[in-house]
Design a protein around this ligand. Structure first.
Ligand SMILES: Cc1ncc(COP(=O)(O)O)c(C=O)c1O
Length: 307
């Protein structure tokens, strides 16, 4: 990529950092430059990773271990509710794509310019609302704010945010709270309140630990919808019982354009392949079976039973 293309990628949005650009613009200013333009801790967490770490691809369980460590650090009770990503910036850019139809978005500002840019670019209608406006008056589908806010440092009241998240969840909306700077104020984060329907948090690893170049961020985010395949999806009583038990909206997989019968057929083919190999189908941790057990019988149409 050329330097011009790189500049265009920013869409004219001025970011902090970019010291090389500032140094070139002010060649006669005294050195060294003290960069006050970012909230990155100037005193990084000391660590010396071994080169071997960068040599190999992560092991299959590495992401789960990373997310479990983040869940512990942030006080999220269920590690499955934490998603890791290469920097919270990447998540900020992906979130607008979760919504296939255009939504209305309220951004509490003045704030980090990226929010407006990425949501508008994805075709959503964005309105900037004063950061101290009454939250119960917001009619938008999505509400986005930073807590503490960048650059004002304002901390939106937690109780009003939780009420807002509930209201948004009830109409299929989402409250996104960017906690990129929350590590600097212990006890501030909303993460220990998870699972909280309608609330998604963003956490940046780079800021407080002074390791912005590591590119690591997390999103504590509860599942928003449980999709059901197989025959059970046609039984309203089963769907209602699942909603009641899990506290989550439940819907047949057809809602997102999949074929529930085809998925079930694939699932049974997978189980049959395991039976052929004498592998277990059920485990104490999944079904409460007393031990890992295999089961079922494979029937070949038109032939004698195969076993
Ligand atoms: C409010 C806010 N959120 C998120 C980010 C992105 O941080 P990172 O991608 O390093 O996690 C920034 C970066 O400056 C920021 O100011």
């Amino acid at each position: 990529m050329t330097d011009t293309a790189r500049e265009e990628e920013y869409d004219g949005l001025e970011h902090g950092g970019r010291l090389a650009w500032v140094e070139a613009a002010f060649p006669h200013a005294p050195r060294p430059f003290l960069d006050l333009s970012t909230g990155i801790n100037p005193d990084p967490y000391p660590f010396s990773p071994s080169p071997a770490l960068f040599h190999r691809l992560p092991e299959p369980g590495s992401y789960a271990a990373l997310e479990a460590a983040a869940a512990r650090a942030y006080g999220v009770s269920d590690p499955r509710q934490v998603v890791a990503a290469p920097g919270s910036q990447l998540l900020i850019g992906l979130l607008p794509r979760l919504f296939s139809s255009p939504r209305t978005v309220a951004v509490l500002g003045p704030t980090y310019g990226e929010y407006r840019r990425v949501w508008e670019r994805a075709g959503h209608r964005v309105r900037e609302v004063a950061e101290d406006a009454a939250l119960d008056g917001l009619a938008e589908d999505i509400v986005l704010l930073a807590r503490p806010n960048n650059p004002t440092g304002r901390i939106a009241p937690a109780a009003a945010l939780l009420e807002l998240a509930d209201r948004l969840a009830a109409r299929g909306g989402l409250l996104i709270v960017d906690e990129a700077f929350a590590d600097f104020t212990p006890g501030l984060s909303l993460a220990p309140l998870f699972p909280e329907a309608g609330l998604l948090l963003l956490r940046s690893f780079g800021k407080a630990y002074g390791l912005g170049g590591l590119r690591l961020g997390f999103a504590p985010a509860p599942p928003r919808l449980l999709l059901v395949s197989g025959g059970g999806r046609r039984n309203p009583a089963i769907l209602a019982a699942l909603t009641e038990r899990l506290g989550l909206p439940v819907a047949p997989v057809e809602t997102v354009g999949w074929d529930g019968d085809a998925l079930e057929a694939q699932c049974f083919a997978f189980l049959a392949a395991r039976v052929r190999r004498g592998l277990p189908l059920t485990f104490p941790s999944t079904t409460g079976a007393p031990a890992p057990l295999t089961g079922g019988r494979i029937i070949t149409p038109g032939a004698a039973e195969a076993g």
